[in-house]
Design a binder for this molecule. Structure first.
Ligand SMILES: Cc1cc2nc3c(=O)[nH]c(=O)nc-3n(C[C@H](O)[C@H](O)[C@H](O)COP(=O)(O)O)c2cc1C
Ligand code: SF4
Length: 549
């Protein structure tokens, strides 16, 4: 059925797209009008159940979002900082209670308190200027540290559009196969979490039959605590766009789609402007610079659903379907967007391509470790003395990032949640054992993931953090498989009751639940939740024992 829906959705193509149309119709009131939805579903030849399934899935399309005017960031970093109540209190002085919603997360983790109003994000002292913001007198402002220890691949100063043009022209002078070889030599692995070699994906898509192919940039950076993709989109947009162009040339894809999360309105604006710049420079369109290669970009604004960061849910989302995770095979490189061969890569992965093509795959492979080549961006939250984005060569000691670059902690910290909600919970005592690379984290029972760092201060109850992780998963579960759909809610309920007092969690039951989630979940949302929970049970058993029998 969903295969047919993919074809149907593809009939209209990318430019006039059901998902986007639903989003546009929700802008003024927070949810699309029922008549509009009915009209659209007829136009797109889909059933009422299908379109209802989509609309009711997203935070910023569903009926409950009606009338929301302002949103508090409820991401993990704001939560452990304990700032959300204060932000909400201030907002309640200017807005009606029912007009205040929640967004997760606004990527302002470096300031640890943030809110969203009319297409803009605010943080820091902005909360004291609500009246001016409402009158349109005040723009949002933010600052965070950016530095590099090692080779600046992604944080190097912007070299100007001409330099990107030179690199891309150089690429057009080589065959796609030669560029693919260069990429293979570089050893570049996906930065979105799984660490899959990029060259395999591109080769598979290139070899798949078909004239229409897609390069999809996963810019749904949903991990609370992460803002490195946002940094690239807003500060180095051309690295990303040029990366997509190069990936298109290698695979024979003519369409680049950027799926950017709703919580990053500024990223949408900067990327759109950068695309216009490329169009004006003749680097996008038909027969680019007489090479016979065509490429165009399409920006899709997401509508608030963490699971849309999972690559197959993301593709269903673009197609206007309910974003449920798909069973693989077939892999997206064989049957992806609209059932056409599609490469899905993370922002940071794609943004490495200009460096690799300019300096050669071997130069990139010479940075970092044998299996984890190149550099990695880390996002440090507001509990650091110098919060921000740091680029390091793979293999750099984690303590260098935390202490030398980040300047250490403002308050005593007991654990770090690294790599998003599905990443490992690293006790502070383990920091010296870790280096920033996939292998070191895996060997020690953690996950590098997207390398966001959220601090848990000594005063923050770990049991509340575990409840938050189960609650987050329950809210974001796509519902396709039972272990995740039911298990996340049951886990939340157990922790909630234990926190309430008079109830102790049966440890055997919790262990069974974690095992079922790990073994029986279709994707890494349900399958990944047990990792931080197990870490907590292992390293913080003394603190947690009062909640278990
Ligand atoms: C629940 C879930 C959320 C994810 N969120 C993201 C995300 O926000 N950004 C991202 O690039 N990858 C995310 N991924 C990983 C993608 O499925 C996919 O592996 C990635 O986009 C591939 O790009 P890469 O090879 O460049 O890493 C997520 C995976 C899961 C299971
Ligand atoms: S693990 Fe959760 S999010 Fe993933 S497919 Fe199953 S229900 Fe959906």
């Amino acid at each position: 059925m969903s295969k047919n829906l993919s074809y149907l959705s593809g009939r209209k193509g990318l430019d006039y797209n059901l998902f986007e149309q639903l989003g546009l119709r929700a802008r003024s009131t927070g949810t699309p009008d029922a008549e509009d939805v009915e009209h659209l579903r007829k136009e797109f030849l889909v059933g009422s159940a299908n379109v209802y399934g989509s609309v009711s899935f997203y935070d910023f399309l569903r009926e409950e979002n009606k009338g929301k005017e302002v949103y508090v960031c409820n991401g993990s970093a704001c939560m452990t900082a304990g700032t959300q109540e204060e932000v909400r209190k201030h907002l309640a002085e200017e807005f009606k209670e029912e007009a205040i919603g929640e967004m997760c997360c606004l990527g302002r983790c470096h300031e640890n308190h943030a809110f969203h109003y009319q297409g803009r994000n605010y943080s820091g002292t902005d909360i004291n200027s609500l009246a001016s913001i409402r009158k349109g007198y005040k723009n949002s402002s933010e600052s965070y540290h950016v530095a590099c220890e090692g080779t600046p691949v992604l944080t190097a100063p912007y070299p100007g559009i001409e330099e990107y043009y030179r690199v891309f022209t150089k690429c057009l002078g080589h065959s796609p196969q030669e560029l693919l070889e260069e990429l293979k030599v570089s050893g570049l692995r996906g930065r979105g979490g799984a660490g899959f070699p990029m060259s395999f994906k591109l080769a598979s898509c290139r070899d798949a039959p078909g004239d229409v192919k897609f390069i999809v940039c996963n810019a749904d950076e949903g991990d609370p605590g992460a803002f490195s993709d946002r940094y690239i989109m807003e500060q180095r947009p051309h690295s990303l766009l040029m990366g997509m162009l190069i990936a298109g040339y290698i695979t024979g894809a003519s369409h680049g789609v950027l799926y950017i999360r709703a919580e990053y309105p500024e990223s949408v604006a900067v990327i759109s402007e950068a695309i216009d710049h490329l169009v004006k420079s003749g680097l996008v369109g038909k027969n680019i610079k007489g090479s016979g290669f065509d490429f165009g970009f399409k920006v899709i604004r997401a509508q608030g659903a963490y699971i849309c960061g999972e690559e197959t849910a993301l593709l269903s989302s673009i197609e206007g379907q309910r974003p449920e995770v798909r069973v693989r095979p077939p892999f997206p490189t064989q049957q992806g967007l609209f059932n056409k061969p599609t490469v899905v890569n993370n922002v940071e992965t794609l943004a490495c391509l200009p460096y690799i093509m300019k300096n050669g795959g071997a130069a990139y492979a010479a940075i970092g470790q044998q299996k984890s080549t190149g550099t990695k961006l880390l996002s440090l939250d507001g509990y650091f003395n110098r919060p921000g984005i740091y680029e390091v060569d793979m293999g750099t000691p984690l303590s260098t990032v935390l202490h030398k670059l980040g300047g250490g902690f403002r308050v005593p910290v007991k654990a770090l949640h690294i790599g998003g909600p599905l990443g490992g919970l690293v006790p502070i005592t383990m920091v010296d054992s870790l280096t920033v690379d996939f292998e070191s984290f895996a060997a020690n029972g953690f996950l590098l993931g997207h390398a966001s760092v959220v601090c848990l201060p000594e005063t923050y109850p770990l049991v509340s953090y575990l409840r938050h992780l189960f609650q987050f998963t329950a809210h974001e579960s796509c519902g396709k498989c039972f272990p995740c759909r039911l298990g996340s809610t049951r886990g939340y309920e157990m922790l909630e009751k234990a926190i309430g007092g008079g109830y102790k969690i049966d440890r055997k039951l919790m262990d069974d639940l974690l095992e079922t989630l790990e073994a029986g979940s279709l994707c890494a949302l349900g399958g990944g939740l047990p990792l931080p929970v197990k870490n907590a049970l292992k390293y913080f058993d003394k603190e947690l024992e009062q909640y278990f029998k």
